[in-house]
Design a protein. Sequence first.
Length: 125
Amino acid sequence: MNTTTLASITRLNPVSRTLPVLLAMEDDAEDVGRLSPDDRMTCHVHGRWIHQCVASPMHVNPITRHRWCRSCAIALTVSVDELSGIVTMSCPGCGHGESAASDRLIVACQASLAAARAQAAARVA
Ligand SMILES: [Zn+2]
Ligand SMILES: [Zn+2]
């Protein structure tokens, strides 16, 4: 796929940023070092919006502390409120377990939730 053409099409028409399009764009941006994996709104492992698969055990990482409580050594529970667009993570053991990595993941999830909702709204209109 020609990325230059893809980029110019999506710039002209933001509504055409469907999940597969955005997924490909984020893959390309990540490959050339323009996008940090932490800031992605899509997941290249699951091929979904990040908020749709963040609850998967694959998104837990004890080393980087994504979705991980170091004190309790257990994964954080994710709650995605599709209505309010609010994403929270907390440790089922101590109720806390925050980390900078998880905070970034939450920001990415909320961005993907907003993007998915904009997509849905565009389809209806
Ligand atoms: Zn995923
Ligand atoms: Zn904990």
